[in-house]
Ligand binder design. Structure first.
Ligand code: NDP
Ligand code: HSE
Length: 429
């Protein structure tokens, strides 16, 4: 059987996952790709670092030129992450006629146009399945299986680290810091976990998916973003009382030719299947005008699940499969689509106030909501500590600006100490 030489850039969580899969499933991969894959070089930062996996002498290198200048290497698998070096290495590899597989959502969300253009000019393939939702084959799903549809919406849990943290806080009562540390130890988090916790990672992934799904160029800076840092045990408890579970959702909807794009903590009905997506699992619900609703579920991070997507891409290249759709290609009907401003979006809301003076607070807040066209579905009042009490509301669907206007007035009431939480609700209607 013909051999093909490949190089892996990065031998961390995902790089070692890819190595393990190539070894463990060697026979199946040979059968399915018609090639024997040989990893001849692995780029790392620190060549002297102690590693759990031993590789033959000469394979590890800290010099990218060993890979770029080696004409026998046909595929470069970029798994170092980050921005500028990863981008530079991928460009240099493509200019040396090497195909690319990457898991780097940061690079795709920022430079897809440039990277795909170079791939096109150099006539090499560029695959990035692992960049969104780890082991879930979502890019292929959108690009191939669902191409008969006009996609109307995508709603998903697409960050494993934050889902791990929120499930541990909800189900085990863990603290935020404990759960984050565990997610890092398991290799789910980005090198800088701020990217996970503050929602940037999910924003990059949503930009990639929605560019493909809606045939437009989504600038990730246009996506409304809120992370999970402010989610407290108190809100998790209130959400439970109201029949909801808190998840970090990524939401993309096309409404009247405008896009609504947002990533934020969300209350979802505890009876919805997505409420039971826990741990590092991700889930994505896509609504197409022909297929209706479709839901995918699987591990969204980790060495082997992500490695599964990466090795799948390597095999696709070896089979010389059809080109993945260029996010910016005109033949893929790229058109400009306006992204709605956050204040124009409509949702139901969960709002929690901290108040000091029971007298009249309920009537005063209800009046202010009413004056601003916000109607209330339910209210719970709990006395917590000393003279502090919490009042939690669930609203009907309202424009976000009406909620903001109400709260700007409510905070001025003498009886109200603070607006503790404002969390959107997704009812999947
Ligand atoms: P790690 O931090 O675990 O590994 C990074 C690897 O890259 C290390 O081996 C490191 O070398 C090497 N490296 C980093 N910078 C350089 C550099 N400048 N030059 C040479 N080598 C370098 O990252 P992950 O494996 O977790 O993530 C890799 C990519 O996969 C990222 O883009 C990430 O977003 C993406 N991804 C990660 C997932 C996950 O579950 N972790 C899931 C899906 C995508 P050394 O070992 O010497 O430090
Ligand atoms: N840090 C990312 C996550 C890795 O937790 O989902 C997978 O992209």
């Amino acid at each position: 059987m013909e051999k093909v030489k490949i190089a892996i850039l990065g031998f961390g969580n995902v790089g070692t996952g890819v190595w393990k899969i190539l070894l463990e499933n060697k026979k199946e991969i040979m059968k399915r790709s018609n090639y024997e894959i040989e990893v001849t070089k692995i780029l790392v930062k620190d060549i002297n670092k102690k590693r759990d996996i031993a590789v033959a002498p000469g394979i590890l290198t800290n010099n990218i030129d060993d890979i770029i200048n080696d004409e026998s290497i046909k595929i470069v698998v970029e798994l170092i992450g980050g921005c500028s070096e990863a981008k530079d290495y991928m460009i240099r590899a493509m200019k040396s006629k090497k195909h690319i597989v990457t898991a780097n959502k940061l690079a795709i969300a920022n430079w897809s146009k440039e990277l795909f253009k170079i791939a096109d000019t150099e006539n090499v393939l560029f695959y990035y399945e692992a960049s969104v939702a780890g082991g879930i084959p979502i890019i292929r799903e959108i690009n191939e299986s669902l191409t008969a549809n006009r996609i109307e919406q995508i709603v998903g849990i697409i960050n494993g680290t934050t889902n791990y943290i929120l499930s541990k806080m909800t189900l085990d009562g863990s603290s935020f810091d404990e759960a984050l540390k565990e997610a890092q130890d398991k290799g789910y988090a980005e090198a800088d976990p701020t990217s996970d916790v503050d929602g940037y990672d999910a924003v990059y992934k949503l930009a990639i998916m929605s560019s493909l799904a809606f045939g437009t160029e989504v600038d990730h800076d246009c996506i409304y973003r809120e992370g999970i840092r402010n989610i407290s045990a108190v809100d998790i408890e209130y959400a439970k009382k109201f029949g909801y579970t808190i998840k970090l959702l990524a939401i993309a909807k096309e409404i009247n030719n405008k896009l609504e794009l947002r990533v934020h903590p969300t209350l979802i009905p505890s009876t919805h299947p997505m409420a039971n997506v826990n741990d590092v699992y991700n889930s994505i619900m896509i609504k197409g005008n022909a297929v209706g609703e479709l839901m995918l579920y699987g591990k969204g991070a980790g060495d082997l699940p992500t490695g599964s997507a990466v090795v799948g891409d390597i095999i696709s290249i070896l089979r010389n499969n059809i080109k993945p759709v260029d996010l910016t290609e005109t033949s893929c009907t790229v058109e400009f689509k306006e992204v709605k401003k956050a204040r124009e979006n409509e949702s139901e809301f969960y709002i929690r106030l901290d108040f000091k003076d029971k007298e009249g607070v309920l009537g005063d807040t209800a009046n202010i909501f009413g004056e601003n066209n916000v109607s209330i579905v339910s209210i719970t009042q709990d006395v917590e500590r000393g003279d502090h009490s919490s009042l939690a509301f669930i609203t009907h669907k309202s424009e976000e600006k009406n909620i903001r206007n109400s709260l700007n007035k409510i905070i001025q009431l003498d009886s109200v100490n603070n607006v503790e939480s404002i969390i959107r609700i997704e009812s999947f209607n």
